[in-house]
Design a protein around this ligand. Structure first.
Ligand code: PGA
Length: 243
């Protein structure tokens, strides 16, 4: 595992964006796996700046988002599709047909998950997977559990995730309780993975991602089984691993 530790959230975001931009320049038709949440907002902002001011070209880039809430249509302001439109897609020259998402309103979510896995396989897999991490160590919506699903699947959100995400909704009751998400296998099959984490609340999860123990109690610890993972952290998130 490699580490890029920055003193602030803003610096971390710029470092991560630079890394992604370099990957796009090296392979203009790169297949990216993309996260949502509070953490990647700064990275997306910098990628938009790099597009507008330095001509970073998204015209051939292909993307697969990690997850989506079940029951939210793509134009629902709290859907992850909407998040991606407002934070990245509508500001850069990415082609609509190159954007891929698990639908939150598919009639048959299990069929939808099979379709998604096939779509990923059809483009030759994900080149660069970008992840955030939950305070409970989830990646995508792969929550701590006795067993984890390898492929994309329907999932019930952990109570701690519902509580953490309530800040984006008017009230906690509005947070969907289920989602569709890539599985840990979908993530680990990516050629390269980067993970972003910022702030004290992520210290324990980052420690568990790096301490040499692989456990389903902390799904991100499985990243230790992958040969090309880089963590982009700020000082607070990195505090326990630096000791
Ligand atoms: P956050 O969420 O970036 O909003 O902290 C990360 C996650 O839950 O994966």
């Amino acid at each position: 595992m490699k580490y890029v530790i920055s003193s602030t959230y803003d610096e971390m975001s710029i470092e991560a964006a630079k890394y992604v931009a370099d990957a796009i320049k090296a392979k203009p038709d790169i297949v990216l796996g993309l996260p949502t949440g509070g953490t990647p907002v700064g990275m997306y902002k910098e990628l938009v700046r790099l597009h507008k001011e330095e001509g970073l070209d998204f015209s051939k880039v292909r993307t697969f988002n990690l997850d989506e809430y079940l029951g939210l249509d793509s134009d629902h302001p709290q859907s992850y599709r909407y998040f991606m439109e407002t934070n990245l897609f509508s500001h850069v020259n990415i082609k609509k047909e190159n954007i891929h998402f698990l639908s939150g309103i598919a009639e048959d979510p299990n069929e939808e998950c099979l379709r998604y896995e096939k779509a990923i396989a059809d483009v030759g897999g994900i080149d660069l997977m970008i992840l955030g991490i939950g305070t409970n160590g989830h990646i995508g919506f792969n929550e701590p559990a006795n067993c984890l699903q390898a492929n994309s699947h329907l999932v019930a959100l952990a109570q701690s995730t519902i509580e953490a995400n309530a800040r984006f909704f008017e009230k906690k009751e509005d947070v969907p309780t289920r989602a569709v998400t890539m599985g840990v296998g979908s993530i680990l099959r990516s050629k390269e993975i980067i993970l972003l984490a910022s702030g004290k609340s992520k210290q324990d999860a980052i420690y568990g991602t790096t301490n040499g123990v692989v456990t389903l109690d902390l799904p991100a610890s499985l990243l230790q089984l992958h040969r090309d993972v880089t963590l982009f952290l700020d000082e607070e998130a990195a505090a326990k691993i630096k000791k």
